[in-house]
Design a protein. Structure first.
Length: 492
């Protein structure tokens, strides 16, 4: 084994299993870690007594909110050895810098698990009444239709680009009162496990603790996954991942097994002509755009990469202002606070080669860049983006001048997750069009890092899809039943 090798125990509904015999490597940072052979504990993992889920469904949402609130205070980076270890590992493997990760590990639990936030989340995303009882509705035909949302048995295949994914998976599963089996990512195998170990120390018998499991197994382990992904064991798969990962999971799908995908996307900004009106507006917009580009070192799907500016590239005065905007954005990137953004930890060789090559295309692109780690702002001198737009990363963005908002809209498609828009009046005017083109989150330019987690995600409502929505209908007995012949005809 390697000299530094972390232990990643298997957690099964309040039980810590630490007989680590399997060694794996992370995707970044030279990480090595050992885990138990999850196949040996397959029956423990899938054996969920029906009475346990029944009791869980009767647990009031307020009690769950109280538990998560208490948990948040124990997830303290200074005092919690599990969380501290997860943080140190993430510092090795994440594309996010240490100062940003520290802010995330210090603040995410208290924000996500705060009692008031949990209750607001449950009410807004689902409706607490549907979680705690049958909600009746009298239909036009006299039928009384009562609906209730029940938790399901689910496997979560989570991403490791930010520790916030682990915290959100806990929140989402607890609020829906789902039984949660989580496959942790190889570049962050410890954060989710750290949360579960803290749950166990807080209250090993609490219904929430008793319905969370998690560990690592290598994706593509068909011997294990072909047994796990069956309707008799799980009802939902919530998967974060790219094309190959999702395609692999789809081969297990069958009636009774629902796949909810939260796949990687790219985001953009739309900036109206008002940005070019004055020096003050250029500076203001530059600061906002830099924040949307550089937050969390551009490791999130929500980070802007393409910046479409309402500007006529054939007008030399407008193009000169656009170039100044690009320069100001680059300058603003360098001054973002360290808890939000820092110089990049790395630059992929492919992106470096593309950026280096742009200096030979000065008639087509103006490039603001000092070194491989401070990011770059590329200003197209026509309405053509760079050929490597899909690879923009490490605080690198491309400003593209487009003559009108209508033409900008044509650049948006269903792979575009978040759109930051300036000014607000333009956002209001184009939001319907952006939605029809495929955009899934529309925010004020500069506020991507402060998007509220309440509301749909990726154009869907994953929490509602995680639930089983059961209908109980009672018909009006004063109306003849279907077995009664009301046609007026008689039979001989």
């Amino acid at each position: 084994m390697s000299e530094i090798c972390y232990r990643v125990p298997l957690i099964i509904r309040g039980r810590v299993i630490d007989d680590c015999t399997e060694e794996f490597g992370g995707r970044k940072g030279g990480l090595r870690f050992v885990t138990p052979d999850v196949g040996r504990y397959f029956h423990d993992l899938v054996n969920l007594p029906a009475e346990s889920m029944s009791r869980y469904q009767q647990t009031p949402i307020r009690e769950i909110a109280d538990f998560l609130d208490a948990l948040s205070y124990r997830l303290n980076l200074d005092d919690n050895p599990y969380l501290r270890e997860a943080f140190e590992v993430s510092c090795q493997t994440s594309g996010i810098s240490r100062s940003i990760l520290e802010a995330l590990y210090r603040n995410t639990a208290r924000h996500q698990f705060c009692r008031e936030h949990v209750l607001e989340y449950a009410e807004d995303r689902i409706g607490i009444a549907y979680l705690e009882g049958w909600v009746p509705r009298l239909m036009g035909d006299g039928t009384n239709s009562a609906i209730r949302a029940f938790g399901a048995r689910a496997v979560h295949v989570i991403a490791g680009n930010t520790p916030a994914v682990a915290f959100n998976t806990v929140l989402r599963s607890a609020v829906t009162r789902s039984d949660c089996i989580t496959k942790t990512p190889s570049n962050d195998p410890l954060t989710f496990v750290a949360i579960l170990r803290t749950m166990i120390e807080l209250d090993p018998t609490h219904p929430v603790t008793r319905h969370f499991s998690g560990s690592y197994w290598k994706g593509g382990n068909e011997q294990f996954e072909s047994r796990l992904y069956r309707p008799e064991h799980v009802e939902k798969i919530v998967a974060w991942g790219g094309f190959d990962s999702i395609k692999h999971i789809t081969k297990y799908l069958q009636p009774g097994l629902d796949l909810i995908t939260l796949d990687p996307k790219h985001s953009a900004s739309v900036i109206g002509y008002e940005a070019l009106a004055s020096e003050d507006s250029l500076r203001d917009v530059a600061q906002r755009a830099a924040c949307d580009i550089g937050a969390y070192n551009q490791e999130l799907c929500a980070n802007a990469r393409m910046i479409y500016v309402e500007c006529d590239a054939e007008d030399p005065e407008q193009l000169e202002k656009l170039n100044r905007l690009g320069e100001y954005i680059y300058q603003a990137l360098q001054t973002l606070p360290a808890h939000l953004s820092t110089p990049a930890k790395y630059l992929s060789p492919g992106l470096k080669e593309e950026l280096d090559g742009l200096f030979m295309l000065e008639d087509w692109y103006r490039v603001y860049r000092e070194n491989d780690f401070c990011g770059a702002v590329i200003v197209s001198q026509s309405d053509e983006p760079v050929s490597f737009a899909a690879s923009l990363a490490c605080r690198t963005a491309n400003l593209v001048p487009i003559k009108s908002l209508d033409l900008i809209m044509q650049r948006i498609n269903s792979s575009t997750q978040t759109i930051g828009v300036y000014p607000v009046t333009t956002k209001t005017a184009i939001r319907d069009g952006l939605a029809l083109r495929g955009a899934q989150m529309i925010v004020t330019l500069g506020y991507v890092a402060r998007m509220n987690s309440i509301g749909p995600m990726d154009g869907i409502e994953p929490e509602r899809r995680m639930l089983k929505w059961v209908v109980d209908q009672t018909q009006d007995e004063s109306i003849p039943g279907p077995w009664v012949d009301t046609s007026g005809s008689s039979q001989n």
